[in-house]
Design a protein around this ligand. Structure first.
Ligand code: NDP
Ligand code: 8X3
Length: 252
């Protein structure tokens, strides 16, 4: 039985990871901003899988709250075996010249600075114990730049670079570090990107079979099942109908 901390566990990939690890009998620390969802998910998982779940309402952009909430974890709750840095978002899909600077700041603060704050808070314990696994949810957007993806792509390229940097900095402590980089996954991602425009969001996934959050959670789970001497550094997972960031075979 392990202890897994998941950021952004209220929806999509993070929620699917919570279910997958709970079904395997692991204890969880689930974080996100929407406290009602955190409570509902926690109750459900504890009841269904008889695991212990702690929830932390936390905006990963809020440095003080991230450090104080995670420093307050004590006893067995402080010994995190696996950190899944999943909280993230795209906001807007415009050219740089038309982009909203507020959107850029939300993406950079969440996807890059938020991931750094959480990692900085958790990693020293792992290094001290010489044990742990950091899993960052990157993206195909961190491998290829696509039209209007600019700042979101920039943040995911940063996740790609930071994953490699964390791997180098912690190799002597025997820490595992993995990036899971998915292509299109149907979650609340596009609703957030298009600021609540559900029709636009639904169109993204029309005409092909996107990944489901569970597909990504299965990959995340897989990389944690390997022997101590094996680390997956980077795993790019795509819908079969998607060959690259921009090559998507749609039937309609
Ligand atoms: P969802 O919108 O379904 O889930 C995003 C999660 O992130 C929610 O639980 C949300 O929780 C949390 N979150 C967002 N902002 C913050 C914040 N400031 N503080 C804390 N939590 C936050 O999208 P996905 O599941 O698709 O996204 C998860 C990750 O996967 C992201 O990093 C995304 O970039 C990445 N990704 C997604 C792909 C896709 O096609 N869907 C493909 C490749 C990568 P709450 O709102 O409660 O805070
Ligand atoms: C999410 C996938 O292609 O919309 O990271 O950037 S994409």
């Amino acid at each position: 039985m392990k202890l897994i901390l998941i950021t952004g566990a209220t929806s999509g990939i993070g929620l699917a990871c919570a279910k997958k690890f709970a079904a395997d009998g692991n204890n969880l620390i689930l974080t996100g901003r929407r406290v009602d969802r955190l409570e509902e998910i926690s109750t459900l998982l504890q009841k269904e899988f008889a695991v212990n779940v702690k929830t932390i309402q936390m905006d990963v952009r809020d440095k003080e709250t991230v450090f104080s909430s995670l420093a307050a974890l004590s006893g067995e709750w402080s010994k995190i075996d696996i950190l899944i840095n999943n909280a993230g978002l795209a906001v807007g899909l415009e050219t740089i010249q038309d982009g909203e600077t507020d959107d850029w700041e939300r993406m950079i603060d969440t996807n890059v600075k938020g991931l750094l704050y959480v990692t900085r808070a958790i990693l020293p314990g792992m290094v001290k114990r010489k044990s742990g696994h950091v899993i960052n949810i990157g993206s195909i957007a961190g491998k290829e730049v696509y039209p209007n993806g600019n700042v979101y792509c920039g943040t995911k390229f940063a996740v790609d670079a930071l994953t490699r940097a964390i791997r180098i900095d912690t190799v002597q402590a025997g820490i595992k570090v993995t990036q899971i980089a998915p292509g299109a996954v149907e979650t609340e991602f596009s609703i957030v990107r298009f600021k609540g425009d559900k029709e636009k969001a639904d169109n993204v996934y029309k005409g092909f079979e996107p990944l489901r959050p569970e597909d990504v959670a299965n990959s995340v789970f897989y990389v944690t099942t390997l022997p101590p001497h094996v680390n997956i550094n980077d795993l790019l997972i795509m819908p079969t109908a998607q060959a690259s960031a921009t090559v998507l075979y749609k039937k309609v």
